[in-house]
Design a binder for this molecule. Structure first.
Ligand code: PA5
Length: 430
């Protein structure tokens, strides 16, 4: 169950204002349902949940299992919506420092030469027994032409063809649009296996397609449970969209009243990938025509020691969204010591979950007193089912809220501007 808790934001909006905003949100929700809003040809993220493709889920799970048995390293090569979702789920569900299954590495999400050079050197280093590492590469690009991804793909696949010869083709998997684009030409030329990103699903809404599902399955996460978690949230919110409407209505109202920033954060480091995914989902969807709350992200309690001051007493133009885990994910408690010189004896026996929870509640209290409306998004348990629910909850809320702003949630025309300038500087023709 995903809960939307607004009690720490309610005092910033009157009941009448909220009622009016709710009416507006209902109309926007209806536009999603009736497919009458802008960009309605991009509502495939709903279609895939209304008609689950079990055969594809099985194909991905089966393929991922084979990769898990053979791979030392699995590289996810993509940017934006083509990697953020997979990373978010893997970061949330695969415990840090665990070595169960292949090491998941990322590439193609920036153009830093040192990183790519270091990655290639790491791949080339033989294992302790002197044999070559078993590397698999999943290139993910709907357009098939995004420069960051295409460049990293070119460099890594070049090494893979050298290292594995004819066998390289079996280790390279491409996830891309149904047809067209350079990547489809490469797939045809080299015979790589391919997963299709449906035409009607845009990048940042594509985590529940092979874009996110293959990497997540290779990381050992049950994608059927993840996917059907999203299906449950989809079905429930079709019948009762109240929490989505309330969230969209309040976010909208605060924005039009002059709030400019949404600081999305969590006291659980495991949820920071989800914050990054949400940042991209909201940012690329709402930031158009001079509108939108700028989605910033903050990891707590780390960032209380940096931007915490700004949130508490800086310009009063921000709201905060806290991702909260209801159930503890670690039994760790503060140990006893033979000396109490560190003056931490008052915490002996307390769990880290409890301490972190007090930090969360204290922070919310202080921020609200400082004039910051705070929303809580509560995830009951950290598991694949709940994350599936979380993903659909946010996708739907984003669509409803952005329709309320009167803009198209599903395009990103502004992203082209930097590309044009960059390609001109790089001397690309056409
Ligand atoms: O949401 C989006 O559409 C973007 O963030 C894209 O996912 C991102 O630009 C990567 O594009 P592509 O998958 O075509 O390489």
């Amino acid at each position: 169950m995903i809960k939307f808790e607004a009690s720490s934001a309610l005092s910033f909006i009157s009941d009448e204002e909220l009622d009016r905003s709710m009416e507006h949100a209902k109309k926007a929700f209806q536009q999603v349902i009736d497919r009458t809003g802008q960009g309605s040809e991009w509502l495939g993220w709903r279609r895939i949940l209304s008609e689950p493709n079990d055969a594809e889920l099985d194909r991905i799970s089966g393929h991922a299992e084979k990769i898990r048995q053979d791979a030392d390293i699995f590289i996810v090569c993509g940017i934006g919506g083509s990697f953020t979702g997979a990373k978010a789920i893997i970061d949330a569900l695969v415990p840090a420092f665990s070595d169960n299954g292949p090491e998941i590495l990322y590439a193609g999400h920036h153009m830093g030469g040192r990183y790519l050079e270091g990655l290639l050197n790491y791949l080339k280093q033989p294992k302790e027994d002197g044999t070559t590492k078993s590397v698999y590469l999943n290139v993910i690009s709907k357009s098939g032409s995004t420069l960051e991804t295409a460049l990293a793909f070119r460099m890594i696949r070049g090494w893979m063809h050298e290292a594995y010869g004819d066998e390289a083709g079996k280790r390279i998997i491409a996830t891309t649009g149904p047809d067209g684009g350079v990547l489809n030409e490469i797939i045809e030329e080299k015979g790589y296996s391919k997963y299709v990103i449906p035409e009607d699903v845009g990048g940042r809404f594509s985590v529940l397609t092979p874009v996110g599902l293959l990497p997540v399955a290779v990381a050992g996460i049950d994608i059927q449970t993840l996917f059907y978690g999203a299906v449950s949230e989809f079905e429930e919110s079709e019948k009762d969209p109240q929490k989505v409407l309330k969230y969209a209505a309040m976010r909208y109202k605060l924005h039009v009243e002059g709030y400019d920033l949404d600081v999305i954060g969590s006291f659980e480091p495991e949820l920071m990938g989800l914050a990054a995914w949400t940042q991209q989902l909201l940012g690329e969807s709402e930031g158009k025509e001079g509108k939108g709350l700028f989605p910033a992200i903050a990891g707590y309690s780390t960032d209380l020691h940096s931007i915490g001051q700004m949130i508490q007493q800086g310009q009063r133009n921000l709201i905060e969204t806290m991702f909260v885990l209801e159930k503890s994910i670690s039994p760790l408690t503060v140990n006893e010591q033979d000396s109490e010189t560190d003056q931490l004896g008052y915490l002996t026996g307390k769990s880290f979950h409890e301490i972190n929870r007090s930090a969360l509640n204290g922070t919310i209290q202080a921020h609200v007193e400082g004039g910051v409306p705070v929303f809580k998004i509560v995830i009951e348990k950290l598991n694949a089912q709940q994350l599936g629910r979380f993903i659909y909850f946010y996708e739907l809320m984003t669509a409803v809220y952005v329709y309320m702003l009167g803009v198209n949630p599903f395009n990103q025309p502004g992203v082209e501007n930097y590309k044009k300038a960059m390609y001109r500087l790089l001397g690309k023709e056409n």
